[in-house]
Design a protein around this ligand. Structure first.
Ligand code: CTP
Ligand code: MG
Length: 575
């Protein structure tokens, strides 16, 4: 059997497996407690198929909307959210008991004929609807119907994280640094509504092209699904024309009996990359011209992974859509599994990401600074290399894989690793609490030899750096690629200085952790000191020495010197 046929067969097996997993997800997840990544993705995808989003004039429309929409089926969840605009725009997300009931509600919807043919907009079917006021003669009927008792409405701010002030207040009220870390995680992580919105955005794209590509699949990946996403995070979306068949309740597969009827297809271009770019250009136009809610479409087609960026105005969401980044999807699975393995992993990563953001090490736009993803890899590696590891090396997951774990992407990248971590028999004996781990993280990286060493999450140890990149983190699924290739020498040095400052600051915080409650309420303490704005963080009144200013020119000479913990320094950034 040639390689292509083998790959095609593996893909078919994978699709069958995926559909079976997703079909049972709804029941299995509930019975087993902890869903696997595929179960989680499958059940959220089905949930999106059971859901609609309706724009209303205000929260007060709920009873009327509930009663109107109940005629199509049983509503099991109702959530209200607002999107900032000139005035706030109000939306209700309704989940029905089945996909058929949601489809009935969507099918009953009409185009807005009242606006007249010139202004009625492009007539496109989607789960995004609006609820118009009842005609005057029908108002009485609507009022009568309003006597029924609807489900309690959950009002959730799924689109905006707490403000800086709200977070300060929250963290001040904690009892310990450990509790601050947990509070930060609980109050800033992507909530249920945020996940629902992201799967609805994916479904909208998938449904839009399903006429021409019935096997199309639009799947969220990255921080929207790996459990490391914060409220308001972007949605990373991968669109494949030949993904799994759309999952519907009770759907059966006949994979054992290959069909003798074969589709005629258009010929592929000889250059796969240009073909993807051309197709993405076309998808970009389709999104821009036809999909309700989609606006500010930008095409970034020359990047290593070409993407289309857009904003979804009904979800207040930024989306990055790609068509050739399946390893990113499986990488998200690895991170999801790591997050599930130990309850300390995600809260710790949240604190570190927040710290990096507050001292300007990370930035929402891509550049020569460290990305959240690379930073997360640094945390994962730190947890692997501890004397009592909290996470296993990825190599151990690869060794424990069986036939059901085989995943090979279309371009032949092997993403096979054990999906069931129980098979690994890995149990951490590490008993450190979150504040100890946070301090150890900063100490570890203030001494890490970025100049000579590369980080391997596969081996769980540092290797000799294969090139001159300032920071080298081998991509676990494409090991010849460096995840942090973009990081400049200067930014790497900034990271080293900031981790050293943070270690120094946190050490004194841990020592002063017995502050009386009254003082804790009034003062900045613990994480709050870590999260100070960079300009402010240079001068720390509780320090007993004067911070030393380091010029950027000094940094390059001393880039190899940091081997022992030393007092914090501040820097003048050249950026
Ligand atoms: N990814 C990857 N290799 C890279 C960059 C990204 O495999 N060099 C994958 C990871 O699975 C990552 C996902 O693509 O989670 C999305 O990348 P990105 O949006 O940069 O990171 P997120 O983890 O989504 O974090 P953020 O919240 O900052 O978007
Ligand atoms: Mg992302």
């Amino acid at each position: 059997m040639n390689t292509l046929m083998r790959r095609a067969q593996q893909l078919r097996l994978w699709r069958t497996y995926c559909i079976k997993q997703s079909a049972v997800a709804g029941t299995e997840v509930a019975s087993r407690g902890k869903p696997s990544y595929e179960e989680f993705i499958g059940s959220r995808h089905q949930q999106a198929q059971r859901s609609i989003v309706v724009q209303v004039s205000s929260e007060r429309s709920y009873t009327e909307l509930y009663n109107y929409c109940s005629r199509f089926g049983r509503i099991v969840i109702a959530q209200h959210y607002c999107v900032p605009h000139e005035d706030e725009l109000h939306y209700m997300l309704l989940e029905y008991a089945s996909a058929g009931e949601a489809a009935a509600a969507i099918n009953s919807s009409a185009y807005n004929a009242e606006l007249g043919s010139s202004g009625s907009g492009v007539p496109v079917r989607s789960p995004f609807l609006w609820f118009r006021a009842a005609a005057s003669g029908r108002r009485g009927l609507a009022k009568l119907a309003a006597n029924q008792h609807p489900l309690p409405l959950a009002t959730i701010d799924g689109t905006r994280p707490p403000t800086h002030e709200q977070l300060q207040q929250l963290l001040r009220g904690a009892e310990s640094i450990e509790q601050q870390i947990l509070k930060l995680y609980e109050h800033t992580r992507l909530n249920d509504l945020g996940v629902r919105m992201r799967f609805l955005a994916a479904l909208q794209v998938q449904q839009a092209i399903s006429g021409m590509f019935p096997d199309a699949l639009a799947q969220p990946f990255g921080s929207s699904v790996n459990g490391f996403g914060k409220m308001g995070c972007d949605l990373d979306l991968i669109l494949r024309f030949d993904g799994e068949t759309t999952i519907t309740d009770g759907q059966e597969m006949s994979a054992n009996e290959p069909s003798r009827l074969i589709y005629h297809t258009k010929e592929n271009m000889s250059n796969g990359r240009s073909q993807t770019q051309r197709q993405m250009e076309c998808i970009g136009d389709l999104l821009h011209l036809f999909l309700p809610g989609v606006c500010h479409v930008r095409r970034i087609l020359q990047a290593r992974v070409p993407i289309i960026k857009y904003h979804h105005e009904h979800l207040n969401l930024e989306v990055d859509l790609s068509m050739s980044n399946l390893t990113g999807f499986y990488m998200s699975e690895l991170l999801y599994m790591f997050g599930e393995l130990d309850p300390r992993v995600r809260p710790l990563t949240f604190s570190i990401r927040r710290w990096a953001q507050s001292c300007g090490l990370t930035n929402p736009s891509p550049g020569r600074w460290i990305s959240n993803f690379s930073l997360t890899c640094l945390v994962m590696y730190f947890l692997q290399q501890l004397r009592q590891p909290i996470l296993p090396a990825i190599g151990a997951l690869v060794k424990a894989a069986n036939a059901s774990d085989v995943r090979i992407t279309e371009d032949g990248i092997n993403c096979t690793f054990a999906r069931d971590t129980d098979r690994l028999g890995f149990r951490s004996r590490n008993t450190s609490n979150l504040s100890e781990l946070l301090l150890q993280f900063f100490e570890f990286y203030s001494q890490f030899d970025f100049h000579n060493r590369a980080i391997s999450l596969n081996e769980g140890r540092a290797l000799t750096k294969p090139d001159h990149s300032a920071m080298y983190i081998a991509n676990p699924l494409e090991q010849l690629l460096n995840v942090s290739k973009n990081v400049s020498l200067e930014e790497c040095e900034r990271l080293r200085i900031e981790v050293r400052n943070a270690a120094w600051m946190l050490e004194s915080e841990v020592e002063n952790s017995t502050l009386p409650e009254s003082e804790r309420q009034d003062q900045s303490w613990g994480l709050l000191n870590l999260f100070k704005h960079p300009e402010k963080s240079v001068i720390r009144p509780n320090m007993f020495f004067k911070p030393r200013m380091v010029e950027v020119s000094d940094l390059f000479d001393k880039s190899q010197a940091a081997t022992t913990a030393s007092p914090p320094v501040s820097y003048k950034s050249a950026t």
